[in-house]
Design a binder for this molecule. Sequence first.
Ligand SMILES: NC(=O)C1=CN([C@@H]2O[C@H](COP(=O)(O)OP(=O)(O)OC[C@H]3O[C@@H](n4cnc5c(N)ncnc54)[C@H](OP(=O)(O)O)[C@@H]3O)[C@@H](O)[C@H]2O)C=CC1
Ligand SMILES: CC(C)(CO)C(=O)C(=O)O
Length: 321
Amino acid sequence: MARHGKQIGIIGAGGIGSFYAMKLLNAGHRCVMVARGKRLGQLIESGLRVSHDTQLHKLPCPTACDLRQLFEHYTPGQFHALVLCTKSSATKELAGAIAGWFAQYNAVCPIISLQNGVDNEHVLAEVIPKDCVFGGLAVKIGAHLTADGSVEAKGPGELIIGPWPNGSPDRVPAKVITAFEQSGVPIKLSNNIQRELWLKLAINNGVNPLSALTGLDTRSLSREPPFAPIVYSLMREVAIAASADEVLLTHEDVDDMYHLIRSFDAIKTSMLVDYEQGRTLELDAICGAVMSRYQQLGIDAPYTRLVYALLSQMSGSEAQQ
Ligand SMILES: NC(=O)C1=CN([C@@H]2O[C@H](COP(=O)(O)OP(=O)(O)OC[C@H]3O[C@@H](n4cnc5c(N)ncnc54)[C@H](OP(=O)(O)O)[C@@H]3O)[C@@H](O)[C@H]2O)C=CC1
Ligand SMILES: CC(C)(CO)C(=O)C(=O)O
């Protein structure tokens, strides 16, 4: 068993996981990176390489292991938190594995999801004590793993974290807040993270599928015709979907999010990167989440349904809804 003080575990060493691990390690914080397959080999052989804005950060091999080794060598009590940075498709399996690890040691630690989508925390809370589940968002960031194992990142990578679905921000582990603050990561705490997740979903549903369909970045999509009004309509559909979860998103909220994505740097979305690399798209976590709420409400979301169907067809996966 690893015998050192508490640290932060980052599960998933792709664009987002590598970016936040780089920030923490650069500031002298200890963290364990959980990776698998080729990516684990890259971390062990070449260390962590992240180019962020104009700087290249090269760190020697961080503490990296796969999930099985994490569960074998560490107890939950050795972590300030585990930060989930995988795609949403991995959440269910991870939740079950973490629940088994908690049961094995009769101990728990906070789990913070930084994933896009509004259902990851719900999936976690089905098997993990709800008090341990925190929602989070990585905003103003584009961070992508390239074929050679380096990560290209753009933007400040602000974090918003809060107890899921809502609750006093005092419950967010203080050591995690301090570690990110000391690492230069702007961090905001929320007493209604479920609402923040829906606000972010408005952006993701607005730009991610269209970017995968067109190859365009967030700025071109949201500022220029013919796509800007379609982005806005896709975002509006999310506001209606949110009402099925009793989350109120007003016209002004949608306008604010639309303004945010229009005024921010041009970002290549994670869905476009996944599409280019032939990986599974987070379609169900983004458009699927909207469509399932529309189904509950008994109405149609024509814009979301169209982009979902087009992308399902293009990426070879069956349209489920
Ligand atoms: N990239 C971005 O700029 C942004 C992403 N996000 C969100 O953040 C989340 C992460 O995105 P991103 O970093 O792009 O994702 P990536 O696909 O780049 O990285 C996810 C990593 O997790 C790994 N992984 C999955 N399951 C396991 C497991 N059981 N054990 C170990 N490793 C595992 C994957 O490995 P493998 O390749 O083998 O599957 C992959 O290396 C997503 O929800 C995304 O929507 C939010 C804001 C911006
Ligand atoms: C909003 C955006 C485009 C960048 O933060 C994102 O979340 C993604 O690429 O998935």
